[in-house]
Design a protein around this ligand. Structure first.
Ligand code: GDP
Length: 365
């Protein structure tokens, strides 16, 4: 599955956040296919629609879909020079599909800051520089190879060379590859480079308890937001310490605690939703008497592929997908009523599944 890696300088709150993730963790009984490694945290994707569907269908059980975070610990500074753990750090980042960079925005005199003071932009720069330097090295190596062929007027080499030159210039200006725009054709070439700075980035501004209700009063949060805009990255605000507490509460207690804090959604829930959409993921549902269940798919997937997420037999023997949109089903009030109102469509193999679709797959065995 797709995973988002959690990175950050020492003492910014990574472990605290990762603890919150594992404590809030999904019940593994429902997800026997997930092998849980110590640095992987699997969380349920919060989705109000699942509650509503459960209310409508009244199934025996309800199963949310899950999302995986990977804790990428390890040193950061000097990583691109390949010193010991540094190499390992970068190779871990290479394996994740998106990066969640925890940034310290809380002031606490008792907790040492590695750079001596709270300065989120300097922290971001420290980490990003290592990623950019690693990418620059990748591109330089490739330029060595492709450059000669480009000089001999090899068409493909010339095409690639132009892209490499543009990337090099960007890295030398201290910017990430994701700040460039590429055509589909160019993107195919870029993908083969396995760059680190092309991955979607989410800055997780870790604020103190006092800022939870009004995080934008914290000037550091403002700075991070401003930076992220130019970095083609996203920002969410959490208080890792508070999230660790919330993660231990049951649903009812959680609701009350959030009210007390004056927020609607926990920081962790926002983080999960943000990482999920950053990866281009969406949710379809199956809804029967036995089970109402949410499933993760990649936007753009066709109906048979989505059937295959449930079971490979469903994809192989796919006939059609009986589909109703979430809004139509809720408006109709029941599956039977939606059917009567003609809202249940028979979709074929070319149908692009939409976020919120409730699907019943028909297939041959
Ligand atoms: P890591 O080195 O990035 O994994 O950082 P830790 O999660 O170990 O956190 C470092 C210290 O900062 C710990 O003492 C945490 O309790 C504290 N800390 C983490 N998040 C917060 C926060 O949101 N507010 C405050 N006040 N302290 C925090």
């Amino acid at each position: 599955g797709l995973t988002a890696g959690i990175v950050g300088l020492p003492n910014v709150g990574k472990s605290t956040l990762f603890n919150a993730i594992t404590k809030a963790g999904a019940e593994s009984a429902n997800y026997p296919f997930c092998t849980i490694e110590p640095n992987v945290g699997i969380v349920e994707v919060p989705d109000e629609r699942l509650k509503t569907l459960t209310g409508l269908v009244k199934p025996k059980r309800t199963v949310p879909t899950v999302f995986e975070f990977t804790d990428i610990a390890g040193i950061v500074k000097g990583a691109s020079k390949g010193e010991g753990l540094g190499n390992k750090f970068l190779s871990h980042i290479r394996q994740v599909d998106a990066i969640c960079q925890v940034v310290r925005c809380f002031a606490d005199e008792n907790i040492t800051h590695v750079a001596g003071k709270v300065d989120p932009l300097a922290d971001i720069e420290t980490i990003n520089l290592e990623l950019i330097l690693a990418d620059l090295e990748t591109v330089d190596k490739r330029i060595d190879r492709v450059g000669k062929m480009a000089k001999q007027k090899d068409k493909d080499a010339m095409f690639e060379y132009e892209i490499l030159a543009r990337l090099k210039e960007t890295f030398e200006a201290g910017k990430a590859a994701r700040t460039l725009s590429f055509t589909e054709e160019e993107m195919k070439v870029v993908k083969q480079l396995h760059l680190l700075t092309i991955k979607p980035m989410l800055y997780v501004a870790n604020v103190g308890e006092e800022d939870v209700a009004n995080p934008d009063d914290n000037p550091f949060v403002q700075q991070v937001r401003e930076f992220a805009r130019n970095d083609h990255a996203e920002v969410i605000v959490v208080c890792a310490k508070v999230e660790e507490e919330i993660a231990q509460l049951d649903d009812e207690e959680k609701e009350l605690f959030l009210q007390e804090l004056g927020i609607e959604q926990s920081g962790l829930d926002q983080l999960i939703r943000a990482a999920y959409s950053l990866l281009g993921l969406a949710t379809f549902f199956t809804a029967g008497e036995q089970e109402v269940r949410a499933w993760t798919f990649r936007k753009g997937m066709k109906a048979p592929q989505c059937a295959g997420i449930i079971h490979s037999d469903f994809e192989r023997g796919f006939i059609r997908a009986e589909t109703v949109s979430y809004d139509d089903l809720v408006a109709a009030g029941s599956m039977a009523a939606a059917r009567e109102a003609g809202k249940v469509r028979l979709e074929g193999k070319d149908y692009e599944v939409q976020d919120g679709d409730i699907i019943y797959f028909r297939f041959n065995v």
